[in-house]
Write a protein that binds this ligand. Structure first.
Ligand code: COA
Length: 428
């Protein structure tokens, strides 16, 4: 139930309305705070700030709950597919058979890049990180579809499908480019995740084997990454969209935000950390001591989360999948043993327990991707492919909201007060 709250600011009471979400969270609506009191809120990192109302994803970090459009993540992971879940996120309901067929058809129709885009790949040096290529190429793709810039509502399904489909093609092309391999075009007969593996690992005249267990594991990774409410990259997408920038420009900004090691880049950072521990012959104990003593500013990558203070439900599903995939592929990985050891120690260690740090989605996902043959610098790119439907859904929510305003936070200024300009000769 919506109500009010009374605050005392500088000794003066002010009444503000509250807004209660469908799962019971209470937000204090401070839209009139500045005009009534002259004060603003200060919340670096936004840990206490609701930037929007959203009907897409619900998280209860205390209880370890994650739901897409009201469906529990564990149920979707077990019963759904990435593409069906993408439809659910964007359009709000699970598709009927006809709607799913239409959505899949749109994805297939839009999977080819404009041929003119191929030469852009040539401009990147071999050392280019695939995330740099991905964000540039998503933005470049908008130049080939000028009607995107003033997109009308009825064109949204086509633009959304084009982005979700082409991000996978761009990702595979950038991998092939980085490894000096010929580009492989998508096949209309293959489903979304199969097609990605085909473009990554086939050769002209020699299609790679699409093992069902690998396709399933990768599809699950995409599904588990598909949305995660107002994280850094999704907030970036919404921020850019609020200026009425187009879908591709907004998504390209999302890729840049995702790249950092504290966000999507953590999956690459986890693998590099595990490799380093393995190289040094440490069983994890020495490394964890360094983390706890804060020597060298190190963190246990893949641990901790701004919202989950109990456990990350995605991490539980991924860990299980990790064991399954390695068993199915008859592989063992010393890095998995190190990861398990680190988890075991950390979950009983006062430093991690008191700070409520638990494994997050990135802790085990890299081990699965490595087993599938995905190179480490592509890990965050795969995260971006998975997150695309969530970004599209959030973009749509901003565009559909007739009350939406441009995002424009304020600040508390802490710099110099007014002073006069000194000519160069008079400066000490
Ligand atoms: C995810 C993350 C950025 C959340 O950050 P946050 O909510 O701002 O939390 P803080 O950075 O304020 O950390 C709170 C405390 O826990 C510690 N901490 C947080 N994550 C830690 C980690 N992974 N390893 C060691 N210490 C960690 C901080 O040093 C801090 O300790 P202090 O109170 O002694 O200063 C952070 O946990 C992190 O850097 N994790 C590793 C990167 C990662 O896996 N990111 C993927 C997220 S899905």
């Amino acid at each position: 139930m919506n109500g009010t709250v009374e605050l005392i600011i500088d000794g003066k009471p002010i009444t503000l309305p509250t807004f209660v979400g469908t799962e019971g969270e209470v937000g204090i609506d401070i839209a009139t705070l500045r005009s009534k009191t002259g004060a603003i809120t200060l919340d670096p990192g936004y840990g206490n700030t609701g930037a929007c109302k959203s009907a897409i994803t619900f998280i209860d970090g205390e209880k370890g709950i994650l739901q897409y459009r009201g469906y529990d993540i564990a149920e979707l992971a077990q019963k759904s597919t990435f593409i069906e879940t993408a439809y659910l996120l964007i359009y709000g309901e699970l598709p009927t058979a006809a709607q799913l067929a239409e959505f899949s058809g749109l994805l297939t129709d839009n999977e080819m890049l404009h041929e003119g885009m191929r030469h852009h790949f040539e401009g990147f040096p071999p050392s280019a990180h695939p995330m740099a290529i991905l964000s540039s190429m998503i933005n470049a793709a908008s130049s080939y579809h000028p009607n995107l810039i003033h997109a009308r509502e009825e064109h949204f399904p086509c633009h959304a499908a084009r982005l979700i489909s082409q991000v996978r093609t761009i990702a595979a092309f950038s991998y092939r480019k980085a490894h000096g391999l010929p580009s492989i075009y998508p096949k209309t007969t293959l489903k979304y995740t199969e097609n990605f593996l085909h473009m990554m690992f086939s050769y002209p005249g020699e299609d790679c084997e699409l093992k069902p267990e690998i396709v399933k594991a990768l599809d699950l990774i995409f599904l588990l990454h598909a949305d995660h409410e107002q994280n850094c990259s999704t907030s970036t997408v919404r921020m850019v969209a609020s200026s009425r920038a187009n879908l591709f420009a907004s998504a390209s900004a999302g890729v840049c935000a995702l790249w950092g090691p504290l966000h999507g880049g953590a999956n690459q950072a986890v693998l590099e950390m595990l490799e380093e521990i393995h190289r040094e012959g440490d069983d994890g104990t020495k490394f964890l001591n360094e983390v706890k003593n804060k020597t060298g500013n190190r963190r246990l990558m893949g641990f901790g989360h701004r919202v989950y203070k109990n456990f990350d439900p995605r991490a539980v599903i991924i860990k299980e999948q990790c064991d399954k995939v390695l068993a199915q592929l008859h592989k063992s990985d010393p890095l998995l043993d190190i990861a398990k050891k680190l988890e075991e120690i950390a979950l009983h260690d006062e430093y991690f327990v008191s700070r409520r740090l638990y494994p997050n989605v990135d802790f085990y996902s890299g081990i699965i991707m490595r087993a599938i043959g995905i190179p480490v610098d592509m890990f965050t790119v795969l995260f971006a492919i998975g997150r695309m439907p969530g970004w599209v859904a959030n973009f749509k929510e901003v565009m559909d909201d007739r009350d939406s305003r441009i995002s424009r936070p304020r600040q508390i200024y802490t710099g110099a007060t007014l002073r006069t300009y000194k000519p160069l000769a008079e400066r000490a």
